[in-house]
Design a protein around this ligand. Structure first.
Ligand code: AGP
Length: 612
């Protein structure tokens, strides 16, 4: 996923753009570049992070009031200075930055070569700028018209900004399947991949829709049209996200800040949706469709990564509390396997970013097949949120760390509310248990704070196992998806190989891995199947495995057996994941820091995978 920032106004563009790129680095960062209008377009681009671009530019005089910048996460062409964006057209009159994939770029490239175009990079983006220029010259069009015409020939995903020497006071943007936000300031405008580079200048934003094109000039202001040139009347949203939300607020990393935000973000997710005093749970986005969902043939939940783990917990919650059949699918598999799907099905899409390409495609497939589609998303106005006719935001605020933490507990909180609402409505949940769950759910933010108070002990534990090359995570019931999530956290930020398993699966293979070098993290907070977990731990100990147990307060038996334990507040079993995941988030964070890893921007990863 690449980062895009553009500016047109009265201020010096370069500092605005470069700071915006630094805010967007979490989206992808194998190269960066800027284009600035100063008589003609000047481009500076460099492999590496934004800081390397800044060092490369040095103290060059870059006074300009129109410009754009890009951070790249390579899809076509290796990360290097040539493939970095912006890309010039052959004449040098046009420059483009792009986030997405032009799927028919090789066909277009061959046709353009036959028309005399030459190419310096391996990117699909350079093909697009050559196509725009070729159309502009052949049909004698102004920039925005040439962009519209070119995009009508493109297959794939794009968010682009284009500049033209012949129209120095204009910038043109367009999007399809990749996000693009327009910032509306006082006599100045911004275009960016999301609101984070814009928010310190204005909280007024326009979310471009798919196949919309925006032309911005200081004289004319903003004009939004469709690719087929139908004038649009875009809504201006007022964001309530402040810049300090984006700062680390004293934490060394965004990830740690976001782990510590969870008492607040879980409470925010339930605000207006849970009332322990009056004893009710409500989900606005669900009420209108509760009957349809309750009477569905089944609920399918499609997601990726951490969101897929929260989907698994959703399956356990909804089946236990609401007795509605649930299936969980990797969105990337679901979208290609021609699933049996129809109007009697409900498909829930879970996505923090709301831009994950596979999850977006799964949503589109479900809609095409007439299924009822419901989105559980964090980023307001994101593509998946706008594609789904109904849904709920988890209200966790911007999650900057690539490793998802508060979004996971936000998703699980929302799924818990959904199961409560559905179970209460369809009578599968007894009144007393309904009220018991509500009362306990209201206590969860406070209990999460208590777990965070164990951070020093968890950090000590991290030191003990930080040099391991492998790790196993085991859990049963609601803690099985938590084991998967804990393993993902460890591997994606510390680069240690880790696997999550249902604890009972040990004897079907993984137990062969156990030796004194293998730390086994056992999430053992369950009341049900407790004795089974005790015997799993005995099996590990018998093979000299190192046992780290996450136990519920008051547990005496496992405390004696484990090499290390983290004792967390107890809760009702369906709410366990909201507490048992916290020590695993902190454990992976501390290990990654001790190993000198880039916690917020782990290698090879991007915060939102908008490519397939
Ligand atoms: C989680 O820590 C990862 N960053 C990744 O697995 C992520 O959950 C996945 O890419 C899905 O992203 P989404 O929730 O934004 O769709």
């Amino acid at each position: 996923m690449c980062g895009i920032v553009a500016y047109i106004g009265k201020k010096n563009a370069y500092p605005i753009i470069i700071e915006g790129l630094q805010r967007l680095e979490y989206r992808g960062y194998d190269s960066a570049g800027v284009a600035l209008m100063n008589g003609s377009i000047k481009v500076y681009k460099k492999k590496g992070k934004v800081q390397e671009l800044i060092d490369f530019i040095g103290d060059k005089n870059l006074s300009s009031t129109v410009g754009m910048g890009h951070t790249r996460w390579a899809t076509h062409g290796k990360p290097d200075d040539i493939n970095a964006h912006p890309h010039f057209s052959n004449s040098g009159n046009l420059a483009i930055i792009h986030n997405g994939i032009i799927e028919n770029y090789s066909t277009l490239k061959e046709a353009l070569k036959r028309m005399g175009c030459s190419f310096s990079s391996e990117t699909d983006t350079e093909v697009l700028v050559q196509l725009i220029e070729t159309i502009q010259k052949t049909e004698k069009l102004k920039l925005v018209d040439a962009v519209r015409s070119a995009l009508s020939k493109v297959v794939g995903a794009y968010a682009i900004v284009v500049m033209d020497n012949k129209e120095p006071d204009v910038i043109v943007g367009a999007r399809k399947s990749s996000p693009l936000v327009v910032g509306v300031g006082e006599g100045e405008f911004f275009i960016a991949s999301d609101a984070t580079p814009i928010i310190q200048y204005t909280n007024k934003v326009i979310y471009l829709n798919d196949e919309e094109v925006v032309e911005i000039s200081l004289e004319e202001g903003i004009q939004v049209t469709t690719i087929s040139n139908e004038l649009q009347d875009p809504e201006i949203h007022e964001l309530d996200m402040s810049l300090d939300q984006l700062e680390k607020e004293g934490f060394p990393h965004f990830m740690l800040k976001e782990i510590y935000q969870q008492p607040i973000t879980i409470a925010d997710c339930m605000r207006g949706r849970l009332n322990a005093v009056e004893g009710w749970a409500r989900l606005g986005g669900l009420e209108e469709y509760a009957n349809k969902i309750s009477n569905a043939r089944r609920i399918i939940i499609a997601a990726c990564g951490t969101s897929w783990h929260s989907a698994l917990i959703g399956e356990y919650l909804i089946e236990e509390l609401a007795r509605i059949p649930v299936e969980v699918e990797y969105a990337s598999e679901f979208r290609y396997r021609n699933p049996i799907l129809g109007p009697q099905d409900v498909v829930i899409l879970i996505s923090q970013s709301g831009e994950t390409a596979d999850t977006l495609a799964a949503a589109e497939l479900a809609k095409e097949r007439g299924a009822f589609v419901y989105g559980i998303v964090n980023v307001v106005g994101s593509s998946i949120a706008r594609l789904c006719p109904s849904g709920s935001y988890i209200h966790c605020g911007p999650e900057i760390g690539v490793a998802s933490t508060k979004a996971f507990t936000g998703q699980v909180s929302l799924l818990t509310l959904m199961a409560l609402v559905l179970g209460h409505r369809n009578g599968s949940l007894s009144n007393s248990y309904y009220h018991q769950l509500i009362a306990e759910l209201a206590q969860i933010p406070n209990k999460v704070s208590q777990v965070l108070n164990l951070d020093d002990k968890i950090s000590y534990l991290a030191k003990e196992i930080k040099d391991t090359n492998n790790a196993l995570y085991l859990g049963r019931g609601y803690n099985f998806p938590v084991a998967l999530e804990g393993a993902l956290k460890l591997k994606e930020i510390s680069y240690i190989h880790a696997e999550g398993y249902p604890a009972a699966e040990m004897k079907h293979g993984p137990i062969a891995l156990i030796d004194e070098k293998m730390p086994v993290i056992v999430i053992a907070t369950n009341q049900s199947a407790y004795e089974k977990i005790v015997s799993n731990i005995q099996e590990i100990k018998a093979r000299k495995g190192l046992v780290i147990a996450i136990i519920a307060e008051g547990d005496k038996e496992i405390k004696k057996m484990a090499d290390y334990y983290i004792e967390i507040p107890s809760t009702i079993e369906p709410l366990t994941p909201l507490l048992s995941v916290i020590p695993l988030q902190l454990l992976s964070y501390h290990i990654a820091v001790m190993r000198g890893c880039d916690v917020d921007q782990p290698r090879n990863l991007a915060k939102s995978v908008t490519v397939e």
